[in-house]
Design a protein around this ligand. Structure first.
Ligand code: KE4
Length: 436
């Protein structure tokens, strides 16, 4: 795709597994080698070959403000000259924890961690300690980081690679993990009937993002809430993607269902490594050093990441944010729908606010099984045609795309122009509509 990127990729592969530091970046699902990025600005990234792309990956949902937002950069410049890491508490961490608690009524206390994986691992350990039970339930296609216990039937990179979990995890670890289909209330009821008293926690992305975007069907989250209450299990909402994305109070605000524990990340760190988990005092006070449940980290609450997170939340909290993101999401969705209809390309668009996936299937896509009916060859062709057209989508059919506040009306128009050319080619090559 790019001469210099190809050279950089060859060098990277000689010294890093797959030439990347996270598998989905390798473009394995869409062929060719990854683009090496040298700069991001607003809605755009520039690759090593000096080509500019409208970016809808946005660092996998991190950059709700777009790349290098001036207010965030300014906050970092002020923080960095004071020091990079103290390994000691700072007032800013308290300010960020207070902002999270104010945004999420179900959260009274917060612990900051460097990654979403660590936030999820810790929340699961806490739920097991709090309930005295071992079983953890997730949904097929749910991805909650690369912690051993939840890498079963996972989404994101695991799904893309078709890894049924992964080697290196002792059977005993995942024997305490159950996975059932998303959006299936019958499966929920059977779970409660068969395993109810053994379940410590049910963890779910309230809007799935890691099988591609799959919204909850009406009443699914409410049913899940009441069944967790019946079972005496904790409901963990993994809002690493949806937190501050769908609303300032995440999916809990959008759908009006409260979790017992919430994990957050991505947007919360403003582009730097920062995540969190939180919940009611009676649960969180079991975390060391207040309580006996151990969890720790050198870079937890890092002052630069906290500064970037605080600056980001200050900008996002603006009332118009989510209206603007919804407007842009609607414009992109309706434009895509019109183009796909014109060429009669089967395209199921799942969108919630500013997160979306274009599934190459007639749909509906309501769970992992229906997502996997998507034609990944068509997605791959579409992805690469869009790249040639200057649009950088997430490099996998089973990931979410993201619109930021930096995406302009012109960006959306240019995106739809590229999509018109791309879908016309897809229709011709796969013989749809006028090319049947
Ligand atoms: P991190 O450990 O990557 O910070 O967070 C793990 C995580 C937890 N929960 C949810 C819902 C997530 O989506 C993630 C991470 N998302 C993936 C992309 N879908 C990160 C990209 C990558 O792995 O490189």
């Amino acid at each position: 795709m790019g001469k210099i990127s190809d050279e950089l990729y060859a060098k990277a592969c000689a010294v890093m597994p797959g030439g990347v530091n996270s598998p989905v970046r390798a473009f394995k699902a869409v062929g060719g080698g990854p683009l090496f990025i040298k700069q991001g600005q607003g809605s755009r990234m520039v690759d090593a070959d000096d080509r500019s792309f409208i970016d809808y990956c946005m660092s996998w949902g991190v950059l709700i403000l777009g790349h290098a937002h001036p207010f965030v950069v300014e906050a970092l410049k002020k923080a960095v000259v004071k020091g990079l890491s103290y390994g000691a508490p700072t007032a800013a961490e308290t300010e960020l924890a207070e902002a999270v608690a104010a945004a999420f009524p179900s959260v009274e206390k917060v612990r900051l961690t460097p990654s979403g994986t660590e936030a999820v691992m810790s929340a699961v350990r806490l739920a097991r300690a709090h309930t005295g039970r071992d079983l953890v339930v997730k949904v097929d296609g749910g991805y909650h980081g690369h912690g051993d216990q939840l890498l079963v039937q996972s989404g994101s990179g695991v799904l893309t690679f078709g890894l049924p979990g992964t080697p290196g995890i002792p059977a005993g670890v995942t024997q305490q993990t159950l996975s059932i289909p998303y959006n299936d209330t019958q499966a929920l009821r059977e779970l409660a009937a068969r395993h109810g008293e053994g379940v410590a926690a049910f963890i779910v992305e309230p809007v799935m993002g890691n099988a591609g975007v799959i919204p909850p069907e009406p009443e699914y989250l409410a049913t899940l809430r009441s069944l967790c209450d019946q079972m005496g299990a904790l409901l963990i909402f993994d809002e690493v993607i949806t937190g501050f994305r769908l609303a300032y109070g995440g999916a809990q605000e959008s759908y009006g269902v409260r979790a017992d524990l919430t994990t957050l990340g991505k947007i919360l760190g403003g582009g730097l490594p920062l995540a969190a988990y939180g919940g009611r005092r009676e649960i969180m006070d079991q975390i060391a050093p207040e309580g006996p449940v151990y969890q720790a980290g050198t870079h937890a609450g890092n002052p630069l990441a906290v500064a970037a997170g605080l600056a980001t939340l200050k900008v996002v909290k603006n009332a118009q944010t989510y209206e603007q993101l919804e407007e842009r999401g609607q414009a992109l969705e309706s434009g895509m729908r019109e183009i796909a209809g014109r060429y009669e390309v089967p395209l199921q668009i799942n969108r919630v606010g500013s997160m979306f996936t274009f599934f190459f299937t007639a749909g509906p896509v309501r769970d992992l099984a229906s997502a996997q009916k998507a034609n990944t060859k068509m997605f791959t062709r579409f992805f690469n045609l869009m790249l040639e057209g200057g649009v950088y989508l997430p490099p996998s059919q089973f990931e979410a795309g993201f619109i930021s506040l930096a995406h302009s009306t012109k960006d959306l128009e240019d995106t739809l122009d590229a999509a018109d050319r791309a879908l016309k080619t897809v229709a011709r090559e796969f013989e749809f509509g006028p090319y049947r």
